[in-house]
Design a protein around this ligand. Structure first.
Ligand SMILES: [Zn+2]
Length: 441
């Protein structure tokens, strides 16, 4: 679909909005980001460009994609990088009534407040199936600047001991779906929203899902980075490209560049070299510096027993549980480890389960850097597998371009393709949580 009129629109991003005293006419600078493929000259690496602050996303199964403004493209061309535009970041959007009410944005995606209303509503409507937890605060909330609680739901046919914050009391294997830790990866939180609705509406009517709720604890952390999602949704027709949380305490950055990459902030293989405070992969001042990381590691630490020894030792064969963290984009599944190309000790079993899920959503499975030349140390999935032994995966949702691709797919694609592709893979992952390293379903 053509994007008439978008190309010359300057986007109002926090920190770059023209000041009220801008009386003299200013030359209009096109700051519209687009997606690009690129080819590097000899001696320049992807890792180097990421460290220099360029926004490059993987796709381990595909080539990495650059998200850049025209000025950034010009600077890269000066360095000898060949750059070719592959698509527009923003799709045309029809605003809905709920967009105007603030519970959704960009044609239907739920805001952090919209998710919180939903979490409260399903908990109230299904007290026999849902326990809602406040697992900690967002960075803004810890600073008294508004912000949010980080919420987690445990969905199961509740019996004694279920959904306790204690790895020894429950008998049911646990499946955890963790989404929108990178705020701009908007399809991911929406998948969690649909997943919650599917589970609570199917109990007693769909035999397979009823059985799942009778025998599993299905945990969901729908918005892992609510402060970031508030920034994204602050422009409801051209969402802001906020990946990180909004912790600006390191200083030295324009507001739009500040924040900590929560998917580099975990305490397993945390790496200070991932970038400076203005970079998209800034890992924070130290491991687990961020309240969001404390909340999420804290929950997972409580509900999963530790079946794994040192980095190079395998998890016990009777480990239970599966953890999925959803990201965008690239249409692929990443299995541990993501911080190194050295094989995880359970690599064969991790890849085998990954391939079962991949057969359902059509995604290939890769490990390590997937051949793209940079790693993700300090990520949530590596932390949970590396410290607890729980099989943990990243799904990169959606293709790298087109109206149903990138960070901001049209909402209509979400309902037609993005959710239907993931639903069977999620149901499978939940079933597999009983014997992830044993005989797979
Ligand atoms: Zn991500």
């Amino acid at each position: 679909m053509p994007l008439a009129g978008l190309a010359s629109v300057a986007i109002a991003v926090a920190g770059f909005a023209p000041g009220p005293s801008a009386a003299a006419p200013q030359p209009e600078v096109d700051t519209t980001p687009s997606y690009y493929s690129f080819k590097l000259p000899a001696g320049v690496t992807v890792a180097e460009l990421v460290r220099d602050g360029y926004d490059i996303t993987h796709g381990h199964g595909t080539r990495p994609t650059l998200v850049a403004t025209p000025a950034e493209v010009a600077r890269l061309r000066d360095r000898g990088v060949l750059v070719g535009k592959t698509g527009n970041v923003y799709q045309p959007v029809i605003r809905t009534a709920s967009d105007l009410a603030g519970t959704t944005y960009y044609g239907g995606y739920h805001t952090a407040a919209g998710h919180e209303q939903h979490n409260a509503a399903v908990t109230a409507a299904h007290p026999e199936l849902v326990k809602l937890y406040d697992i900690g605060d967002s960075w803004k909330k810890t600073k008294g600047q508004g912000g949010h609680d980080i919420q987690a739901l445990c969905i199961t046919k509740l019996t004694s001991g279920d959904c306790a914050l204690d790895s020894t009391s429950g008998k049911k294997p646990k499946f955890v779906l963790h989404t929108q830790i990178h705020a701009r990866e908007v399809a991911t939180g929406e998948i969690a929203y649909k997943w919650i609705d599917l589970l609570v509406s199917s109990y007693g009517t769909d035999p397979a899902i009823t059985s799942l709720l009778d025998t599993r604890e299905l945990w969901v952390i729908p918005i892992a980075n609510p402060d970031g999602v508030d920034v994204v949704a602050s422009n409801p027709t051209q969402p802001v490209m906020q990946r990180k949380n909004v912790d600006n305490s390191a200083g030295g950055c324009p507001a739009a560049d500040a924040g900590v990459d929560l998917n580099r902030n975990s305490s397993f293989q945390w790496d200070v070299e991932q970038g400076g405070p203005c970079d998209e992969t800034y890992p924070g001042k130290r491991a687990v510096s961020e309240p969001e990381t404390i909340a999420i590691q804290g929950l997972l630490d409580k509900i999963f027993r530790d079946t794994k020894g040192a980095v190079g030792e395998p998890a016990a064969a009777d480990t239970t549980g599966v953890f999925l963290t959803l990201h965008s984009f690239g249409n692929d599944i990443l299995a541990p480890y993501g911080y190194t190309n050295t094989a995880a000790p359970n690599k064969a079993a991790l890849v085998a389960l990954g391939k079962k899920m991949g057969a359902l959503n059509g995604y290939p499975v890769s490990t390590g850097d997937g051949g793209v030349g940079y790693f993700a140390p300090g990520a949530t999935d590596d932390w949970l597998y590396g410290t607890r032994g729980v099989p943990s995966y990243t799904f990169e949702i959606g293709p790298d371009s087109g109206s149903c691709g990138g960070f901001f797919p049209s909402y209509s694609c979400f309902t037609s393709t993005l959710w239907p592709a993931q639903k069977p893979a999620l149901l499978y992952a939940a079933r597999a949580a009983a014997t992830p390293y044993g005989k797979l379903p």
